[in-house]
Design a protein around this ligand. Sequence first.
Ligand code: MF3
Ligand code: CO
Ligand code: CO
Length: 290
Amino acid sequence: MILNRNDKCWCGSGLKYKRCHMNFDEELQRFADKGYEVPTRDLIKSKEQIVGIRESAKINNGLLDLIGENIREGMSTEEVNVLAHNFIVSHGGIPATLNYDGFPKSVCTSINDVVCHGIPDRNRILIEGDIINVDSTTILDGYYSDASRMFKIGKVSEEAERIVQVARECLKKGIEEVKPWKSFLGDIAEAVQNHAESNGYSVVREFGGHGVGLDIHEEPFVSHVGKRGTGMLLVPGMVFTIEPMINVGGREIFIDKADGWTVLTSDGSLSAQWEHTILVTEDGVEIISK
Ligand code: MF3
Ligand code: CO
Ligand code: CO
């Protein structure tokens, strides 16, 4: 759609195009003309949508805080699920993963060699030495926020400590690459991959981050392996997750045939993951969901 200077902007702000996204569109076009991949309009969130995503994230963040305070040896992953479910629902939200594509629970609980998408289970009791990722997506008033954290159960091995720490640093290094009009998805990918591999670890390729906000998974796919200067240009208004899955051993994975969901490392080595939802702002990055 061609907009004239005095038309209302496409973003829904109610402002005239020339006072809103006109310069933005021209700048995007300059990058596109040079051959760079640029986001389509539907990947740019409006101010109103950003407010909604932040509100959703308040619940999601609160839930992960609550789990941090309560998770302990002897608890089942189903108890973690119930805690999460009740927290989201009592705050007016909806757990996005429940019944998503048939996923049966309100959070993912991924322990030790489980890479992601572990299913809470009343028979899986947390024991000392486990490392567990709890991943939650909350919907509030139609807005989605997504984050995950690692938790250590009692005293864990040195190797477990280290993979949890390095995975967290990978996320941090990825986020540090987010520079509006200056960096690309490939910059995030390269920073994550570099940090993992320089620590002797490997990066899972089959799963990655994603746009989020109006749906559980949106474009673009956010790879955690890649090359600087490649992939989509980062511009203000983009909302996506960064969620590196880092393995102690090889990067190969498989999906448990018994449930069709649980993703495990092929060599049985430990895996760790941290996830934030971030917003690209005018001058940097805002961590919305953590
Ligand atoms: N929260 C997950 C993510 O980070 C999505 C889980 S989908 C499920 O993308 F079905 F596995 F729960
Ligand atoms: Co998630
Ligand atoms: Co995600």
